[in-house]
Each structure stands twice: as C-alpha cells, then as structure tokens.
Design a protein around this ligand. Structure first.
Ligand SMILES: CCCCCCCCCCCCCCCC(=O)SCCNC(=O)CCNC(=O)[C@H](O)C(C)(C)COP(=O)(O)OP(=O)(O)OC[C@H]1O[C@@H](n2cnc3c(N)ncnc32)[C@H](O)[C@@H]1OP(=O)(O)O
Ligand SMILES: Cc1cc2nc3c(=O)[nH]c(=O)nc-3n(C[C@H](O)[C@H](O)[C@H](O)COP(=O)(O)OP(=O)(O)OC[C@H]3O[C@@H](n4cnc5c(N)ncnc54)[C@H](O)[C@@H]3O)c2cc1C
Length: 625
C-alpha cells in the first residue's frame, strides 16, 4: 500500500477518519494505493467538508434516526419525509451565495440527501429547484411573486391547504419505490389562468393577441425554451451513479467478508476471490468511477448553459451548446440509469440471501433507482433525440462541406468518419488490449458504422414506408437506438480516458485509474461484439477472445483494490445503512445486532393461538359443486 506524505496525512485525517480494523483490513492492506489519497483526488477538501457536515448533521438529529429495513406505513413515511424536508429547509446547508460560488455543491447536496433517502432528496429539490428553476429560467420579473410563494410553501390556500376553487387535486397511490414522496394529480374545471402567468422569457403575447419574441431564429427560441428542461436529466445522471456507488459498496464489502468453500477443507475463501464474482461486480465498480467523472463534468457543462440562459445569450454557440447538452443528456440518462439498474440487481444477487433481506438496503436502492429510467422522459424515447442529433450531421459528413464542430467537442471525431470506417481491430494479444486506447478506437469505429447503417436504414424505410413517422419508428431497433448508446459510451470513455491519462493525475493513483478506465471500456464494448463482427471490424476468433480475456485479467488485477476503491466513494455507515456493509467489515456481528433490534423479533405472532387451538380440518368446508 502506498502512503500519503506527512502534511497530506494531517489534512486527510481531519476530513477522512481512519476506518476501523476488522475483517476488511486484509484487503485494505493489499491495495495498491491509499484510499484517502483517492478520496481527496476525487473531491476537493471543501466538498469533503461539506459532505461531512451534511452527514454528521443528519446522524445527530433524532428525526433522521431509522431502523434498517423497517417498512413504514405509507402515511407515516410521507409524514416523516415532509418533517425531514422541513428540517432540511431549516438547516439551510446551501445558501444562495454558496451555490453561486460553487454550483457543484447543489449536486453534492442532492446526492448526500439521496444517499440517505431519495424520497427526501427528490421532494426537497422538486420544490426548491425543479419547479423554482423552471419558473425562474422561463419566466420574467412578473413571476417573482410565484417564486416567493413557492419558497414560503404557499404551491394551495395557505390557511386551509384546500385547493383553489375549480381545482381538484389528489394522490395517485403507492408506487414501486420512492414512496416517501407523494405523487399527485391536478384537474382544472373552468379555472381562468391569468395572462401574466404565461412564462414569457422566450416569447410573449401582447394584449392585442400578437406574438412577439426576441429570438429571430425559431430553432434558437426552441432551444432556449427547452434548454432549461435538461437540468433534471443531467442531475439524474449523477443521482443514479450515486445509487450505483451505494450498491457496489455493499456488494464489494460483503463479498470481501463472506466466505464460502475453498480449495482445501481447512479454510473457506472470501467470495470476492471467485472469478465469477469478480466479473459480476468489478466492472460495475469501474462503471461507477467512469460515470461519476462524466456526471460531474457534464454538470459543469449544464451550469455554463444555464448561465447563458440567465444572461440572455443569443449567440449561435449558446444554441449549439443547448443542442449538444440535450443530445448528451438524452443518452446519458438512459446509459447511467440502466447501468445502475442492472448493477443494483447484480449486487443484490451477488450478496445471495443477505442481499434479499430488506435491512441490507439493496431492494430500496434498486426500487428507488428504477423511476429514473422513466421520469424526465422514458429512456427509450429519449435515445431517439440523441440519434436524431447525430443523423442530422450525416449530410455535412458525407459532403465534407462543413466540419463537425460542437461546443463540447463530443462529435469532433466524426470529421475522420471516412478514415475511421476503413480501420480494423489490430491488437493481437491480451496485453495490447490492456491499453484503453484499444477500446476507444473500437468505439470510434462503432459510432461511425452505426451512424452510416442507421442513416441507410432510415433512407430505405422512407422509400418503403408511407410516411416519415413510420420510417423513423422502424429504424430504431438495432440501428438508431444502438447508435445513441454507442455514442454516449464513447463520450463517457473519451472523457474518462483523458482524465486518467492526464499528466496531472497523481502517479500513485494513475495505474489503478487506468485499469478502471480500460475495464469500463472493454466491458461496455463487449456488449456490441456482434456488431463489431457484423461490420467487419473484428475478424476471426482472436479479437473476441482477447477482449474477453483482458476483461477477466483486469478484474483479477483490480480485486485487491476493490475494497479501497469503495472506501474512497462510500458514505459513512449511518448513511449507507446496510448492516452487511459497515466499514468495520464485521458482517455477522452487525447483521445479528440489526436482526435483534427488530420489533418483536423474538415474540410469537399475535395470532399464534390460531395455530394451536383452531387447527384446520383437512377438506372442510366441503365443495358445494
Ligand atoms: C441545477 C439544477 C438542479 C436540478 C435538480 C434536479 C433534481 C432532479 C429530481 C428529479 C426528479 C424528477 C421527477 C420527475 C419529473 C418529471 O418527469 S417531469 C416531466 C418530464 N417529461 C418529460 O421529460 C417528457 C419527455 N418527453 C419529451 O421531452 C419529448 O417527448 C421529446 C422526447 C423531447 C420529444 O418531443 P417531440 O415533440 O417529438 O420533439 P422533437 O420533434 O423530437 O423535437 C423538437 C426539437 O426540439 C429539440 N429539443 C427538445 N428538447 C430539447 C431540449 N431539452 N433542449 C434543446 N432542444 C430540445 C429537439 O432536438 C428538436 O430539435 P430539431 O431536431 O427540430 O432541431
Ligand atoms: C416517480 C415518477 C414521478 C413523476 N413525476 C412527474 C412530475 O413531477 N411531473 C410530470 O410532469 N411528470 C412526472 N412523471 C411522469 C414522467 O415524466 C412520465 O412517466 C415519462 O415522461 C414517460 O411518459 P409516459 O408515462 O407517458 O410513458 P408512455 O409515453 O406512455 O410510454 C409507455 C411505453 O411506450 C413506449 N413509447 C412511448 N412512445 C414511444 C415512441 N415514440 N417510440 C417507441 N416507444 C415509445 C415507451 O418507451 C414506454 O415503454 C413522473 C413519473 C414517475 C415514474
């Protein structure tokens, strides 16, 4: 294990207390890097201190106490969520000034509260941000009263909480997750909405009924109007990565302490030592790191867009930025939320029966993550926005009449489209595949190939089908949908590659980070193996075999680092709230103690006499048929 320098260690110890000794210590000793160095590289001191403040405040407030795995009645859970939400308003963790100084803290707060409970986080941010930001960004000075009323919780009649005349509101009922959050409906019967309520930042109607807009170009106007909607999708990418981090922390710590079987009769080995367990989990750990980096960087891109909207920037660059962020977020949300969904399920199963025990939290993580695949736009529907954006570039690519340029550079590689399509996979050994550039090159080819195929398919369907609507719908499966996913995977990988290979990345961390990058790249690429063969980029047995062998090799190389890698991203035990995954690794002690603290755990059920006194007579009552 590589240790930090003395001065680093002093500041680290204040922010990141040592982890307790116990059954996980052996893996921690074997790690190739110091987990505190990693934590301080991933987030700066200010952010770590901010997180510590939020976590310790919640832990020391009795209102936030919870018993692992307890299934609260719906009404009680919602009441608690509301009371906790009020408390979060009181704690005022993030002032307006602090947000302006470091907007990233907004994302940190969403995720810290979400790590505790997504119902709470979503409730707080829907009230303060989603609704408020939508009004603020698409309205004008005349909507300040509404913003003010929102802040003062005045969303009905403030004295009676009854809806206004003509408005009917209600609750839609229990959901599959996030049940602390109430989801309602609203219906309006002959309600006159005042003219001033029209959100008029990008367009207005005069009292004589004439439409006016400061935007001459309708596309720029649309982008400015809709651009504000991207914030939810961009934030969701980070929220789902948070779920993946929680799930993988639980599964890795469990796998490092749970022992089953072994090569000899004498000693059982941790299940993390099995190649199968490594292959099921470690790629999700790599995905958590790569997607986390993407989500934070992409949030900064969003902030740039939001500032432009607020400053009424009408430049072509601002319009292009809106389009690119829209295209990336419409594929980024599907990629990240599905990775978290599949990862949470894999983690649940990788913890065996313990994973199915509610108190270990994997069920809640999975269920609370699930709606991210649907809200702010169904994943499959959103992916079509990304492929539309890419298909819109084809003409200029084919005709070489204009370079592919975008503010964030995600499409720049398409300038080499024709050359890239001529390339073939050239690696011939596992060792060569351990360089992440191999996966990155393959992705460039994959995107170009799928773009060409999707475009051709669309043209064929247009000739065959009666209308463009059908043509587009019939070009999704295996074409446009795959294109959108390959494009976002390439973007995530390219950004992570640049980051992990940057000379400023500390030398002590670079080897492990490069392995994570390479594993994420090859593991993701492996899902497209049929297309790689189909399009002739791969030929013969070798490419498929060495890619798979390289994945297994990287999993084996990373298994001794896995515990420290989750230590660097895990929240404190109170927040993680999973007895099988406490930092001390005392799996059985912690589980046993949580079981014993359960309500009426050792009592007979109240209906026990039914069992003794009123035994069933087999076959009674008789059938009347
Ligand atoms: C700092 C912040 C903190 C925030 C803190 C967050 C906390 C986060 C809590 C989350 C908790 C969520 C809780 C659930 C909240 C709901 O779920 S709210 C409801 C959200 N609903 C949706 O998202 C609906 C999804 N559907 C859609 O948006 C539309 O159906 C689609 C997918 C855009 C397609 O619409 P369409 O009419 O078929 O449009 P289409 O013709 O394809 O597009 C028209 C043009 O507009 C463009 N366009 C469309 N949208 C955009 C856009 N957003 N930007 C730019 N251009 C756009 C298109 O690219 C297209 O351009 P061109 O190709 O013509 O150049
Ligand atoms: C927990 C939760 C909270 C929510 N909160 C809010 C909220 O606060 N405010 C709000 O306005 N909304 C909210 N929503 C609604 C949410 O935005 C929508 O559910 C979401 O946009 C998907 O739309 P839909 O339900 O109408 O699905 P549908 O459009 O009915 O889709 C159903 C199925 O059909 C498929 N499908 C639909 N169109 C196409 C197509 N063109 N091509 C191929 N397949 C297609 C979809 O992929 C999907 O599988 C919430 C949803 C959830 C789950």
């Amino acid at each position: 294990m590589i240790t930090a320098s003395k001065s680093d260690a002093v500041s680290q110890d204040g922010l990141l207390p040592d982890l307790p000794n116990g059954p996980l210590s052996e893996y921690r000793r074997k790690a190739s890097f110091n987990w505190k160095d990693m934590a301080m590289f991933l987030e700066d001191e200010d952010i770590i201190a901010f997180k510590n403040k939020i976590f310790s405040t919640l832990e020391s407030d009795p209102l936030f106490y919870r018993q692992p795995g307890v299934d609260l009645p719906l009404e009680k859970y919602r009441e608690l969520t509301f009371l906790r939400c009020k408390k979060i308003f009181e704690y005022n963790f993030l002032t307006f000034e602090a947000t302006m100084e470091k907007p990233q803290k907004m994302l940190v707060l969403i995720n810290c509260l979400g790590m505790y409970d997504w119902s709470l986080s979503t409730k707080y941010f829907l009230d303060t941000q989603v609704f408020g930001v939508a009004i603020g960004n698409t309205g004008s000075e005349r909507h300040e009263t509404i913003l003010h009323q929102t802040q003062n919780m005045e969303i009905r009649n403030p004295k009676t909480l009854l809806p206004m005349p003509g408005v009917m509101v209600g609750d839609i009922g229990r959901k599959l997750g996030q049940n602390g959050l109430d989801n309602g409906f609203a219906m309006f019967h002959n309600v006159r909405i005042p003219y001033e309520n029209l959100l008029n930042r990008t367009g207005d109607i005069s009292s004589s009924g004439n439409y006016t807009s400061a935007y001459k170009d309708p596309k720029q106007r649309l982008g400015a109007s809709l651009g504000t909607l991207s914030s939810g999708r961009v934030s969701i990418i980070s929220m789902v990565v948070t779920n993946l981090k929680l799930a993988i922390t639980i599964a890795i710590r469990f796998s490092a302490t749970r022992r089953q079987f072994g090569p000899t009769e004498k000693e059982e080995i941790p299940v993390l030592e099995y190649q199968l367990q490594q292959w099921r989990l470690i790629p999700y750990l790599a995905a958590a790191y790569a997607l986390d980096y993407f989500s934070v960087g992409f949030f900064f891109n969003l902030i740039e867009l939001q500032i432009g909207i607020l400053m009424k920037d009408r430049s072509p660059r601002q319009a292009e930025l809106g389009k690119e962020i829209h295209a990336l977020s419409c594929a980024g949300k599907p990629l990240a939320s599905w990775t978290a969904q599949h990862g949470a399920q894999e983690c649940r199963e990788a913890c065996g029966g313990h994973g199915f025990l509610a108190m270990n939290r994997l069920g809640d993580i999975r269920n609370d993550n699930d709606p991210n695949c649907t809200y702010e736009g169904d994943n499959n529907v959103l992916l079509q926005q990304t492929s539309n954006y890419l298909l819109g570039l084809v003409q200029s690519i084919h005709e070489d009449n204009a370079p592919c340029e975008s503010p964030l550079g995600s499409i720049h590689f398409l300038n080499d489209y024709k050359t890239i399509l001529k390339r073939k996979f050239t690696a011939s050994t596992i060792r060569e595949c351990l360089d992440c550039a191999v996966a990155l090159d393959a992705y460039k080819w994959l995107v170009c190939y799928l773009l060409r195929e999707s475009h051709d398919k669309l043209q064929q369907e247009k000739q065959r089908a009666a209308n463009d609507f059908d043509a587009r719908n019939n070009s999704q499966v295996y074409y446009c949908r795959s294109l959108a996913l390959a494009f976002i995977e390439h973007t995530v990988l390219q950004r992570y590659y640049d980051y992990t290979h940057d000379p400023s990345t500390p030398g002590s961390l670079q080897p492990v980070l490069k392995k994570l990058c390479c594993l994420y790249g090859l593991w993701s690429l492996n899902k497209h193996i049929a297309v790689l063969y189909q399009g002739g980029y791969f030929a013969g047995e070798l490419p498929g075999r060495i890619v798979q062998d390289a994945i297994l090799d990287l999993c084996a190389q990373l298994k001794d680092d896995a515990v420290s890698l989750v230590d660097a991203i895990a929240p404190p035990d109170f927040i993680l709230n999973s007895p099988i995954a406490k930092a001390d690794g005392e799996l059985y002690k912690n589980l046993w103690s949580a079981v014993l603290q359960g309500e009426k755990v050792l009592e007979r059920p109240s209906w026990w006499p039914e069992f003794c006194c009123n035994k069933p007579v087999i076959g009674k009552p008789r059938s009347q048929l």
